[in-house]
Design a protein around this ligand. Sequence first.
Ligand SMILES: N[C@@H](CCC(=O)N[C@@H](CS)C(=O)NCC(=O)O)C(=O)O
Length: 406
Amino acid sequence: MTTPTTASTWEQLSEIAQKHTPARRVRRPGQSPSTAPIPSSLHKLPPDTTPPVLLYRDTNSWCPFCERVWFALEEKQIPFETEFIDLSNKPKWYTDLVPTTLVPAAKIEGQLVYESKDILLALEARFPSPSLLPEDPEENAVARQWVEDAETNGFRNLAYKFLRETPTDADELANLQATFEASLDELEQTLGKYPGPYFLSTFSLVDIMYSPHLDRLAANLPVYRGYQIKGNPRFPRINAWFAALNERPAYHRVKSDDTTNNLLLRRRFGIEPTGNALPLNTADSNAIQYRAEAAERLSDNHEVAIADIIKNSGVQALAVDGDITTVKEAVDLHLRLLAEYLIHGDSAPLPGGRTGGKNSIETTISAVGAIALAYVRNRVCAPRDMSAGAATAFRAAVDQVLASLY
Ligand SMILES: N[C@@H](CCC(=O)N[C@@H](CS)C(=O)NCC(=O)O)C(=O)O
């Protein structure tokens, strides 16, 4: 099998992919290869109208506190604009504007609010329907208290201590684990106080306060501490809560995927995994809407993706006599083959590499393809580049295409 030298054009790929997915994003200039999701409620605004909310959030969509606000905006179907703040180089106008200098912050009809909890409460006050706080006054008071508690009960600190501290002996680690488990037991108890899977009798701000953090922990702890929350019989209510969240479309728009969360912890915080940081949850990877979304994002963003690969993956080292043309073409070809595979599955042409007898240009093309594919597999980031479901499908497809190479 040799690598096909032709695949569909990007225009053809984009057209077919778009037929199978409604997901659209916009490219963010200068922040390659990232994209920005279009709020699902933007169409509700008459053309040329400024949305009532402006959200300031992190460029990479990694921040769990920003995710809380985004989750509420999507649940409440509030049209909003986003301004992305580069946290490694915050603009002066932002640090002048926001006293804490942190993200998220928001302007709600021109009025600045910061701190995720306060933004959530301000959105609730200004856009009461659909409500994310219970109507019943007594339950409403409990809800407000639990929103406060989520910030002050120390759950997050205990969790991150267990995850990130590097204890010198096993006893210390066991203690960190026991303290964290006790705090999960408390959440388990709290979840049992009202009927149904959520903290209160309906989905509410309390669920939103916890979800980005519990999601990250459920992804990170198995890989970094060998500890499972999901599937752990000690926490049936927390598991039922995850299952209920999973039914909410807004959650799927804003959440990140496990691999993104696991790679991030290593890259950003330098923590070494004890297990495989790249396991794939393949449950969703065959769903056509996710595969098509991944192909659509790749097609739409291919120019910046290719530039990023050329600059950062190491393929430049394979330039022939200082000429990068072949390398660029090989990257482009393999990404198109990937998009093709996402759309057509096993009936798509795959790059080949198993037979010997390649000439040196063919060998270079395969080598560039392998490097480029390996790079994008770990470079893709949800929800920054595509939804979590699409990113999972994307990685699974890369694995298949890579497996055909050598
Ligand atoms: N209590 C704040 C926490 C926000 C926060 O810690 N944001 C982080 C990003 S996850 C940040 O802005 N970091 C930038 C910095 O520390 O300079 C909230 O709930 O909004």
